[in-house]
Design a protein around this ligand. Structure first.
Ligand code: ATP
Ligand code: MG
Length: 392
């Protein structure tokens, strides 16, 4: 029996005049994501993407890839039938044998978008439902509370059947490339990868910046960040990761600023450097992983001090989330296990014992004025290493 994958997309249907452009971006993203995985043919019709997979053994990996493409809301494998009611009955029966064991409650739902097909949707339901009812003596028709909903779709080129229960959820969101670009401040922690995923889900392409304090942070910590970028790239395709040497800045801050201001002065440097990298690469916003009140540097007063260092929108999608909610998301997108690996982040190495929690801009700016900010930023930018990270 020939199988196909049906991927349905959601929000872009609502986009009126932009819809054709958004659809073609989605199709490009799908083809790109599958090209090194399997030989496939993808075609779009009636808010559904049809993906044919040449090698049946590759169905699962193709399903997995599609489940990570923004814009797709659900994915299912389906059996391909001729547009002939007898063929539809037989193939549906054979294909769904395991789902339709005796004693199950079931119903059939049909959709006929090819109006030249001689049976209406209600007639298809009756025909297929009656046939299955005869094939399994103890199966029960129950249109209100079915265990199994058999879907039959008669479309332009063929008919398709599958069980609704075998559908899996897609990512939802908008296809990457429909929403310009933003730059993620990516640490090795739990929060920032989740923040990056959330913004890219809205169709925004992502660059990433990491601040790295060799030798206070190890090569392993850098590998961990590259690995995290690789997991995010499973959803976004390639990510440009900029590694910024941060040791000199941290040492100078440590030597010249009051200890309780270390974190905030350091965060302001990060924002400024990220802004420069973002502007150079045509990013429209920065993304960070803060949530109000999570740590001393994330009180509203501290966020004001940090964010006022730059003049660019700062997207903080986790701002109202609890830690557990972030952890759940990190698990769902696959970054958690990597994030909790022990290698030190550059910030943890220079953390003050008693960080200020109610800072004022003027106070921190005064501490900062002990440093030659511009020279330090330029030196750091001169040492940036760019890494192209592909999905891992
Ligand atoms: P995360 O779990 O993302 O590390 P956090 O809870 O540890 O966040 P902070 O250390 O206050 O919070 O950092 C706040 C945000 O600043 C991070 O979410 C991230 O966006 C950015 N950031 C912190 N450290 C770095 C770093 N070494 N490189 C790049 N970005 C960083
Ligand atoms: Mg952190």
């Amino acid at each position: 029996m020939k199988e196909i994958i049906l991927a349905k997309y959601g929000e872009i249907i609502l986009k009126g005049g932009n819809r054709p452009r958004f659809e073609s971006i989605l199709m490009n993203n799908i083809r790109n994501s599958l090209k090194n995985v399997a030989e496939t043919k993808a075609r779009l019709a009636q808010a559904t993407v049809y993906v044919e997979v040449a090698d049946a053994d590759k169905m699962d990996i193709v399903m997995d890839r599609l489940s990570k493409i923004f814009g797709i809301v659900s994915i299912t494998r389906a059996v391909v039938c001729e547009k002939d009611i007898e063929d539809i009955k037989q193939k549906t029966n054979e294909y769904l044998k395991d789902s339709l064991s005796d004693g199950k409650r079931f119903k059939v739902e049909a959709k006929r978008s090819d109006k030249s097909f001689p049976y209406t949707s209600p007639q298809i339901c009756l025909e297929v439902g009656g046939y299955l009812d005869d094939e399994y003596p103890e199966i029960i028709v129950d249109v209100h509370n079915p265990d199994v909903t058999v879907k039959v779709e008669v479309r332009d080129f063929a008919a398709y059947a599958y069980a609704e229960e075998n559908k899996i959820a897609g990512q939802g969101g908008m296809p990457i490339g429909t929403g310009s670009k933003a730059t993620l401040l990516l640490s090795g922690g739990i929060d920032s990868p989740v923040a990056g995923h959330m913004i890219s889900k809205r169709g925004v392409e992502i660059d990433a910046v990491n601040f790295f304090s060799f030798p206070y942070t190890s090569e392993r910590a850098k590998e961990k960040v590259i690995e995290l970028a690789g997991i995010i790239a499973q959803y976004t395709s390639k990510i440009n990761l900029y590694i910024v040497p941060f040791t000199e800045i941290q040492l100078q801050i440590r030597d010249k600023c009051p200890e309780e201001h270390l974190t905030l002065v350091m965060r302001r440097f990060m924002m400024r450097i990220a802004e420069r990298i973002a502007r150079k690469n045509k990013s429209k916003a920065l993304i960070t992983g803060e949530s109000v009140g999570q740590v001393a540097s994330q009180t509203l007063a501290a966020l004001d001090v940090t964010n006022s260092a730059v003049d660019m929108p700062i997207l903080q999608p986790l701002i109202g989330m609890d830690k557990q909610e972030v952890i759940d998301r990190a698990n769902a997108i696959g970054t958690y296990a990597t994030s909790i690996l022990p290698y030190e982040d550059c910030c943890t190495v220079f953390t003050p014992r008693h960080p200020t929690t109610n800072p004022k801009r003027e106070t921190i700016e005064k501490s900062e004025s002990r440093l030659d900010v511009e020279t330090l930023i330029e030196a750091a930018l001169a040492g940036v290493e760019k890494i192209e990270v592909y999905p891992n």
